[in-house]
Structures are given as structure tokens and as C-alpha cells.
Design a protein around this ligand. Structure first.
Ligand SMILES: Nc1ncnc2c1ncn2[C@@H]1O[C@H](COP(=O)(O)OP(=O)(O)OP(=O)(O)O)[C@@H](O)[C@H]1O
Ligand SMILES: [Mg+2]
Length: 478
């Protein structure tokens, strides 16, 4: 077989074996500590299911053997300049030659799938590739080699994708993290990274991950959901959007609160679209996810310490530095630690209109989280002073929630109106009112104003946002 991409001097493909694929980059010690998932007892399977499973297993073995074959035979240096068509052709010809030698006959569909999987193994992230390409998937969650969950439409489902074994999964993890100059092994068992396409990636490997490596990927959406999309999806109403536009434009300080994956970043991103193009915005994130459309945006990404424990640039470092960079507004992707102090100070001292997110289940809970963060940062301040600081810094808390039916909604918009004695006073302006559940477990409910007059009505009016009073009238349940 003639091949431009074949290593020079290679003899024709040696008889492939079905031995597991070795990872050339994986240290031997790591390869040795492969953790196998305990096989759960299975219900007895029908003969057809059993046959299909055996066939899948056999195909998996063939694929591993062929992958090894490809890595042995392809000239990886020449590959860098190869076009996709050339590479695909190459894979097809090496694979069919090897299959022939192995005496394996596959139908056209199996052959096509195999060739695509081999292509993904060589150039991409193997079994993860089809999931990464599938735009209907938001999250990919791997619990060891045999279990890959995906999130579609807010619901988690088990995918049919599996890895051959833990070593295969580790090899893919290693490929991802080494591409960004990081390492993951027994001494650094977990790692955060950003994939080439911008997706957020986290992995934790054995022995800390008990049943095999754990991987979580939050897919990067090229077209982030905008205000109109969110209104169309029923995440909030047009009236709420009009209120939020006034809030952002008149430079209220806003915190988006919510649980994991509840849509905080998406909401923050959508809110930022109301910021005027003439303003200088600085963003600080652990993994750059925000996609601001304005002209004048400076993006910062904090950095964990390297393998030697050096080189850390914390969100607080970024925030302190940002204050020297003449920002009009600062947007912090998530406040979860000592940076809270600087965030509140920034909000209090001329950078009004700043925004951030926190993990909390309600506005009141969000305030407690802020208080805890301040206490944990080692700031010795009486509680009342802490609350004063919070109440004068934060104007609005927007609650994002993922409801039990998978839908994501803005379940509350709450204003901070000041202090009453030792307590921060809050007033809810809009809320999502749940009224019941359909037979297929979909939540029935509607958004409504609570009937209170916004604390910021005057401010809105002064800035030219004369919101009609009807926006603030409650909607009676049907
Ligand atoms: N209202 C919505 N309708 C449908 N999908 C949404 C909605 N809001 C967010 N999503 C999708 O849900 C996923 C999670 O959203 P997002 O990243 O904003 O959550 P998060 O709260 O910031 O998560 P994390 O806690 O992991 O940072 C994303 O893929 C996003 O596109
Ligand atoms: Mg987020």
C-alpha cells in the first residue's frame, strides 16, 4: 500500500491483536492502576440483545486493534498537513487492509461507523466526538468508561457511548489536558481545562474518582441564548425583560443566583446585552464562557497554580488588577471566595452596573452566601457592618432555577431596598408561580409581578425608562 502518511520503512501491517490500546503518553505506573467498575448484577438478557451486545463488544475490540494499527502505521508528523479527505482515505485503506487480514467482514454501515470512530480517535476526542458535535446536547457527564450521560432539554439521559476501558478514557483525558499544558495523574487528580471549541472541561481520575475517571463537559454554545430566545423559551416574560433592561441600563448592581447548571451564566450573558456600546467592560472568569457583543470588552481568565504549585492568578488578583484598568463595569463570572470583598467594594465605589453570579437557592440564601464568603475570607467585621456593605452594594438578585421537569426559568427578581434594624430588606418584584403538574410531570405555572412598586421606579424614570405601571400588576391564576 502506498501512502504519503505512512511512516517510512514500515512493513505491512502486522497481524493485529485485540490487546488493549496502550497509551504511549501515559506513564506505566498510571497504566497499571486501572480501576475497573464493579459489574452490577444484570437482569437476564434476551438472545437478540445478547447477540447485539457481543457484536458491539467485538466491534470495540476490532476498533482498538485498528486504532493501534493506525498509530503504528501513520506518519503523525505528515498528518499535520494532511487534508481531511486524504486522512479519511488513508484510514479507510489501512482499516480495510487490516480487516481483511483479520478475516473480519463488516456491513457497509458498520464499516462507515468504524471509519468515523477511527477518524475521531486519531484526530479528536474519540467516543466524545459525536457528543461534542451534537448541538442538542448541553452537558456531557462521564462516570467511568462504561457510563456516559448527556443532558438534552434539561434532562439527563444515558447515552449509548462507552469507552473501551479506563485506559482508553484516561488517554482521551490526557489528550485534552496535555493540549493545554496541564497534567492529570495520581498527584494531581483533578483538572479544569477549556476545549479547543471553548467548552468547559473538568476531569477527576482514580483513585480519588473511585469507579473510574469522572469527566464533566459544559458544551460551549456558539450562539448564546439572547434575551429574545429566553423570552421565547419561557425563561421569563417580556415585561420582566423590560424591567431588567431598565435595571442594567440604569447601572444597578446585579447578582444572578442559582444552583449548578441552572442558567446563571446564560442569564448573565443575556443581561450584559443591555449594556451600552460606549462602556468599557472587564470580565473575569475561571473559564471564559461569556460572549459579550459590545465593542469595548477586556476578558480575563484566572489561572490555578501549575504542577509545582506556582503561577496562580486568582479571581481576586484579576479583580484587583481590573480596578486599575479603568473599567465602567466589571462582570465576574462567579463569585465564590475571597474576591467577594473586592466585588462589593467595586460595586460600592464607582463601578456600579457590575454583575456576578453566586450559587444559592433564593435571594435570601444568596445574601447568607455573601455573608459566609466574607466571613471565610477572614474579614473581621461585625455582622451588621457586613450586611450594610452588602445592602449598599447589591441592588438586585435575579434567581435562576432548573425546575424538576428540566425547564430553566427566572423564578424570582428581588430588589434589595436597604436595612431594617439588623436585617437586609428585600422585596420581590416578579416571581414564577407554580400551580400544578401535568400528567407527564411538566410543571404548570406562570410568571407574575408581585404588585409591589419598584424601589427603583424613580431612578428608572430619571434615566428615561418610564416603565408602564401595568408591568408591576400581578396576574391572577387562571
Ligand atoms: N432558559 C433556558 N432554556 C434552555 N436552555 C438553557 C436556558 N438557560 C440555560 N440553558 C442551557 O443550560 C446549560 C447550563 O446553563 P449555564 O451554563 O448558563 O448554567 P450555570 O448555572 O452557569 O451552570 P454552572 O453552575 O455549571 O456554571 C447551557 O447549556 C445553556 O445553554
Ligand atoms: Mg456558569
Amino acid at each position: 500500500m502506498f501512502s504519503r502518511y505512512k511512516k517510512p520503512g514500515q512493513t505491512p501491517a502486522a497481524k493485529p491483536t485485540t490487546a488493549p490500546v496502550e497509551n504511549p503518553t501515559q506513564p506505566a505506573a498510571e497504566q497499571a492502576k486501572v480501576v475497573r467498575r464493579a459489574e452490577a448484577p444484570k437482569a437476564s438478557q434476551s438472545p437478540t440483545e445478547d447477540k447485539a451486545k457481543k457484536r458491539k463488544q467485538r466491534l470495540g475490540e476490532i476498533k482498538s486493534a485498528l486504532h493501534r494499527e493506525l498509530l503504528d502505521n501513520l506518519n503523525l508528523a505528515a498528518l499535520e498537513n494532511a487534508t481531511e479527505t486524504d486522512l479519511r482515505q488513508e484510514i479507510v485503506s489501512i482499516a480495510s487492509e487490516a480487516l481483511e487480514e483479520m478475516g473480519v467482514v463488516l456491513n457497509r454501515e458498520e464499516r462507515n461507523t468504524l471509519n468515523q470512530e477511527l477518524f475521531d480517535e486519531v484526530t479528536g476526542l474519540g467516543p466524545l466526538e459525536p457528543l461534542l458535535k451534537d448541538d442538542t446536547i448541553n452537558d456531557i457527564l462521564v462516570n467511568g468508561p462504561q457510563q456516559v450521560f448527556v443532558e438534552r432539554d434539561g434532562k439527563l439521559e444515558l447515552s449509548t457511548v462507552t469507552f473501551k476501558d479506563e485506559r482508553h478514557l484516561l488517554r482521551i483525558i490526557d489528550k485534552i489536558v496535555s493540549a493545554v499544558g496541564r497534567r492529570v495523574d495520581e498527584s494531581n487528580p483533578y483538572v479544569d481545562a477549556r476545549l479547543q471549541d471553548g467548552s468547559r472541561f473538568n476531569a477527576m481520575v482514580p483513585p480519588v474518582a473511585v469507579d473510574g475517571s469522572l469527566v464533566s463537559i459544559r458544551k460551549f454554545k456558539k450562539d448564546k441564548l439572547g434575551i429574545d430566545d429566553l423570552v421565547n423559551f419561557g425563561a421569563f416574560t417580556e415585561e420582566m425583560a423590560a424591567y431588567l433592561q431598565a435595571a442594567v441600563s440604569t447601572r444597578l448592581n446585579i447578582i444572578v443566583s442559582g444552583g449548578t447548571g441552572s442558567g446563571k451564566t446564560t442569564t448573565l450573558n443575556a443581561l450584559s446585552s443591555f449594556i451600552d456600546n460606549s462602556e468599557r467592560i472587564l470580565t473575569i472568569e475561571d473559564t471564559a464562557e461569556l460572549q459579550l457583543q459590545q465593542l469595548h470588552v477586556g476578558r480575563m481568565e484566572s489561572r490555578p497554580p501549575n504542577v509545582e504549585g506556582k503561577g496562580e492568578v486568582s479571581p481576586r488578583d484579576c479583580l484587583k488588577n481590573a480596578l486599575r484598568m479603568r473599567p465602567d463595569r466589571i462582570i465576574v463570572g462567579e463569585t465564590r471566595g475571597e474576591e467577594v470583598i473586592d466585588m462589593l467594594q467595586a460595586m460600592n465605589t464607582g463601578h456600579d452596573g457590575s454583575m456576578t453570579t453566586i450559587h444559592a437557592n433564593s435571594a435570601r440564601d444568596g445574601i447568607s452566601r455573601l455573608e459566609n464568603m466574607i466571613a471565610m475570607a477572614g474579614i473581621e467585621m461585625p455582622l451588621k457592618a457586613v450586611r450594610n456593605q452588602i445592602s449598599s452594594a447589591v441592588n438586585l438578585i435575579v434567581q435562576a432555577s432548573r425546575l424538576q421537569d428540566g425547564s430553566r426559568r427566572m423564578t424570582s427578581i428581588t430588589e434589595i431596598t436597604g436595612m431594617e434594624g439588623d436585617v437586609i430588606s428585600l422585596q420581590e418584584v416578579f416571581r414564577y408561580q407554580r400551580v400544578g403538574l401535568t400528567s407527564d410531570n411538566k410543571i404548570i405555572g406562570h410568571f407574575t409581578a408581585t404588585g409591589v412598586r419598584s424601589h427603583f421606579s424613580e431612578r428608572f424614570r430619571m434615566w428615561g425608562y418610564d416603565l408602564p405601571t401595568s408591568i408591576f400588576e400581578p396576574i391572577a391564576a387562571e
